[in-house]
Design a protein around this ligand. Structure first.
Ligand code: AHG
Ligand code: MN
Ligand code: MN
Ligand code: MN
Length: 336
């Protein structure tokens, strides 16, 4: 029986063998993984812990915060503020950036996260997760400002998510492929269970919230209609549909067996490019998908090329199996 590879050993090899990541980044990722373990513990308590239901407050997104949104946010802040690896953090649940107490020499990384993704699934025991993205703090000894975070997704140095489902699984890239780690609760450690994740270029499975159909733009309507026409239609094959409404769970399915995920612009809020947030949902997920051989666009351009203008800005998201994403993107260009 080959010895299992822990997250620590995997990261040490990325640092020492491949020289791919510096020790500061390895240590930061270990801190984030430990925080995800703690969040998983709270998630698993459910009704037995005081973690379900709403907190009665509203976040900067205009969403009613769930107790677990706040718990997960606090776990990530607390775990990282003393680590010494960070200059600052940003979160879906916090209006402004969070400067790390400067009692230490300032760390060189910026950590962004969606502490609890899929909040509408918390109280119904459906998979939820945490999404994170790591950027480098720009050079210079001035104070950290929001503009330091406004880097395109292609500047990320690490990205990942942890899905709290039947298993707790951490999925991570540092820029040379994607690896999956499953939490071994007896050992209390993440164990490598899939290395070099690959997304098939073709698929028969699409993920979109169909209740928004009447609000979609033409390219998306055309693509989904063709999928629904099945083998008698222009695609010549039948499609399946999935929508879990936790991005981490829908993306994890795609990382595992392929598919296309779409949360496109729609007419409900025409001034907003989409529902999902660029900096801590679309960028980390977009990089992971690309690193696994998939594609991620906003219908017009590569998500990772989008120049952010604001910390909490939203973006239209089309990601997954490359040939399907290319098709939807081509439809956007045809109908532009
Ligand atoms: P969050 O819970 O962090 O606010 O994110 C929820 C997002 C994403 O996880 C999911 O894909 C999408 O909202 C689901 O939206 P609908 O409920 O409109 O389908
Ligand atoms: Mn939210
Ligand atoms: Mn989210
Ligand atoms: Mn969230």
């Amino acid at each position: 029986m080959s010895r299992s590879i822990s997250l620590t050993r995997y990261l040490v090899e990325k640092q020492r063998v491949d020289g791919h990541i510096p020790s500061q980044l390895r240590l930061l990722l270990e801190v984030v993984a430990r925080a995800c373990k703690r969040i998983s513990h709270s998630v698993n308590k459910g009704a037995l812990g005081d973690v379900l239901g709403t907190a009665g407050s509203e976040n900067v997104q205009g969403e009613v915060q769930k107790k677990l949104d706040i718990i997960a946010n606090e776990v990530l802040i607390e775990a990282n503020e003393w680590g010494g690896h960070l200059a600052a953090m940003a979160s879906e649940e916090m209006d402004a950036i969070y400067l790390v107490p400067n009692r230490y020499p300032r760390g060189e990384y910026l950590l962004l996260f969606d502490p609890l993704d899929g909040s509408s699934n918390i109280d119904v025991n459906v998979s939820i997760g945490t999404i994170f993205s790591v950027l480098k703090m720009p050079e210079g000894d001035r104070g950290v400002e929001e503009r330091d975070f406004l880097q395109p997704g292609k500047c990320q140095v690490a990205a990942g998510y942890c899905v709290y489902g039947p298993q707790t699984t951490l999925v991570l890239t540092v820029g040379d492929g994607v690896a999956m780690f499953t939490l071994d609760r007896e050992q209390g450690s993440f164990v490598l269970t899939q290395d070099d994740v690959r997304i098939p270029a073709d698929t028969k499975e699409f993920a979109i919230n169909m209740s928004n159909m009447r609000h979609w733009d033409t390219p998306v309507k055309r693509y989904v209609d063709e999928c629904l026409e099945g083998r008698e239609g222009p695609r010549g094959k039948d499609f399946n549909m999935r929508w879990i409404a936790s991005m981490v769970a829908d993306v994890h399915r795609i990382m595992t067996r392929g598919g296309i995920f779409m949360y496109p612009w729609d007419k409900r809020e025409p001034s907003k490019p989409g529902k999902l947030r660029l900096m801590y949902e679309a960028n980390p997920m977009g990089w992971l998908v690309e690193q696994a051989g998939g594609a991620a666009t906003n219908g017009h351009e590569r998500i990772l090329d989008v120049q952010p203008g604001q910390l909490h800005e939203r973006v239209s998201v089309i990601l997954g199996s490359k040939n399907e994403v290319d098709r939807v993107t081509a439809y956007h260009h045809e109908h532009a």
